[in-house]
Design a protein around this ligand. Structure first.
Ligand code: AMP
Ligand code: MG
Length: 348
């Protein structure tokens, strides 16, 4: 299949957008930018279209897709029950990086929900994404547009690496703003529960609706717990090299990573280091990448997946990363890094 790449970095190209809408309505696949990561879209109400997403990504069929909508009324056509608290969260955070889970209506195929009787719904905050959802008929199922197991794509070039020849169109909307996937909150039980951390954190949710729980499987406190979001059980975001996160006071982290760098270099290997603007000049060797600045945590989340992809290309022997317990997105950032590292952490 020939994959068309359409440039909408400077604004929406109406003719190309109409064509993208036709592709979706005919059951094809279009990758598009959102404020979190790039999505791989198909008509959510067409089960054969949803199936194509699983095939293009190599995604396990029990890992459900998020349905993207462009207007609030459309939520009521796919969710069987919308609690008041969900309406309050939608009012505050939509369009935005928040996904909510509801009991589904029959019109949503089980192929889209990975066999579950619940459906995950989000309204993204990106003009290109919203225009595409409207052009495609209102309901776009879209997971991240990467091959399963690779870091999520935060540029159109990342999407092209994984999806060229497998999908009809990629819409280039430039780099994303947030860089990690949406917060997922299950609204189908008594107490709303965070199933995946993202930019919208627990405090922000609780300020609107009161008590919100966190799935114990994502805090890492209980390693035997089975995550409620099926996708969270897979080892996502895996870079090719073995990765270690070093956590502790800054001086100790730097000296301990330097000791490990020296050992790698002595043995003829080249390690990769995930550093910050603040620490980049303090490492003794290897390929040092600045993920962002601690003074601006979005700069860290935005570059996280790109840095992991770059290390794959450079074939580093190991990756050493600082830890990022930043105030708003610390949990979301560390959740992705810990997965990339297969939970290998050195406390110093
Ligand atoms: P992605 O779109 O690639 O970020 O993946 C979507 C995430 O949403 C996966 O972790 C899924 O397991 C999760 N998800 C989607 N629908 C549901 C649902 N109905 N119940 C629980 N988790 C869901
Ligand atoms: Mg994904």
């Amino acid at each position: 299949m020939n994959t068309m790449i359409v440039d909408m970095r400077a604004g929406i190209d109406e003719a190309a957008m109409a064509q993208a809408g036709e592709i979706l309505q005919a059951g094809g696949l279009v990758a598009f930018p959102t404020e979190t990561v790039y999505g791989l879209g198909a008509n959510a109400l067409d089960e054969t279209a949803s199936e194509k997403i699983y095939r293009a990504k190599g995604r396990p069929s029990d890992n459900p897709l998020i349905v993207h909508i462009a207007k609030l009324q459309d939520l009521y056509r796919i969710a069987a029950k919308v609690p008041k608290k969900a309406e309050a969260l939608a009012e505050k955070f939509w369009p935005g990086p928040l996904t909510m889970i509801f009991q589904k209506k029959d019109c949503v195929p089980l192929k889209t929900t990975g066999g579950l009787y619940t459906v995950a719904v989000r309204m993204p905050d990106h003009p290109v994404a919203l225009a595409l959802i409207r052009a495609g008929g209102g309901y776009v199922a879209a997971p991240s547009a990467n091959t399963s197991g690779r870091p999520s794509p935060t540029t159109a070039a990342h999407v092209a690496e994984d999806m060229t020849g497998k999908i009809e169109m990629i819409i280039d909307g430039g780099s994303v703003g947030i860089g990690v996937e949406s917060t997922i909150v299950d609204m189908s039980g008594d107490v709303p529960m965070i199933l995946r951390p993202g930019y919208i954190n627990r405090e922000m949710l609780e300020a609107v609706i009161g008590e919100v729980g966190i799935d114990p499987a994502i805090t890492g406190a209980d390693t035997t717990a089975r995550p409620k979001a099926p996708g969270m059980k897979y080892r996502h975001y895996a870079p090719k090299a073995d990765m270690l996160i070093v956590e502790g006071a800054e001086e100790k982290v730097i000296s301990s990573i330097n000791t490990m760098i020296e050992k790698e270099l002595q043995e003829g290997r080249v390690p990769g280091i995930i550093a910050t603007e603040e620490t980049k000049d303090r490492y003794v060797g290897g390929i040092i990448k600045v993920i962002g600045s601690r003074a601006d945590e979005l700069s860290i989340s935005r570059h996280l997946f790109a840095v992991l992809r770059e290390f794959d290309e450079q074939r580093v022997s190991r990756i050493f990363s600082e830890a990022f317990d930043t105030p708003v997105m610390g949990q979301a950032i560390m959740n992705r890094l810990l997965k990339a590292a297969g939970h290998q952490v050195l406390e110093v």
